[in-house]
Design a protein. Structure first.
Ligand code: HPA
Length: 252
């Protein structure tokens, strides 16, 4: 990869569904490197936020053209690392399963369960690469989670400061029985992109935390068990819940 980076990036942000750009970034440069792992989801926008160098990448592409299982998670993280990022904040649009995680809630989960399949989930894939067995008992970086939670407090943004994220394969939403099983398993939130991203970040030695934005009750989890989840509801709730994000990111 051939990436010039004069100053390192203090924070890299990966945006999920409904979060395709960071309008507050100033003096934006665009990088779109081809990595050892292939092409990333789209351009990395690097700019300044209150004088701090920040990178932003839309996980699904800026036009949301990539479904969760087609995202090149390895390339995305490798590119951010090559640009000089050490801390990665993942913004993930999710469904809420348990009572505290209704639509428009922001949460910083501390655990995850991986239900995805068939995705390249390691950097130890190619023959000859060193086999890593990274510790993943605590899947998100504690110091970055602490900083995110402190930033939310400083910015006056309400946030649930724990929770278990269940990563499903998608792109379809889940059945009610699948969500009931996830609830029994201990999941509070459900999304499609939390893995393998978090595991790859650990393998690459990056600090990584998730800021989950609840867009809807997961199937059968809300007060109306027959509710049909629409994309418009998801986008409306993400837009409403994201109102406090710029202040939170500035505080971070
Ligand atoms: N399930 C999975 N992923 C999601 C959901 C959901 O209900 N809502 C937003 N992303």
């Amino acid at each position: 990869m051939n990436v010039a980076s004069e100053a390192s990036i203090e924070l890299a942000i990966i945006g999920g569904t409904g979060l395709y750009k960071l309008a507050e970034l100033q003096d934006v440069e665009t990088h779109q490197p081809v990595t050892h792992y292939g092409a990333l989801s789209g351009p990395v926008r690097v700019g300044t936020l209150d004088g701090h160098r920040v990178a932003f990448l839309a996980r699904h592409g800026e036009g949301h053209s990539l479904p969760p299982h087609k995202i090149n998670y390895r390339a995305n993280l490798a590119a951010l690392k090559a640009l000089g990022a050490q801390r990665v904040l993942a913004l993930n649009t999710v469904g809420g399963i348990t009572e505290r995680f209704g639509p428009r809630v922001l949460a910083c989960p501390d655990q995850l369960i991986d239900y995805t399949w068939g995705r390249i989930s390691t950097i130890c894939e190619e023959p000859g690469t060193e086999v890593l067995h990274v510790d993943f008992g605590e899947p998100y970086t504690r110091s970055l989670r602490t900083a995110v939670i402190a930033a939310a407090t400083k910015a006056g943004v309400a946030m649930v400061t724990d929770g278990c994220y269940g990563a499903t394969q998608g792109p379809r939403l889940e059945t009610r029985a699948e969500i009931a099983r996830m609830r029994r398993d201990g999941c509070d939130l459900v999304g499609m992109t939390g893995m393998p991203e978090a595991g790859l970040a650990r393998e690459m030695g990056l600090d990584y935390a998730c800021l989950a934005i609840v867009a809807n009750w997961a199937a059968g989890a809300g007060p109306d068990p027959d509710e049909v989840i629409t994309l418009q509801d998801v986008l409306d709730n993400v837009a409403a819940a994201s109102a406090g994000l710029p202040a939170l990111l500035r505080a971070l």
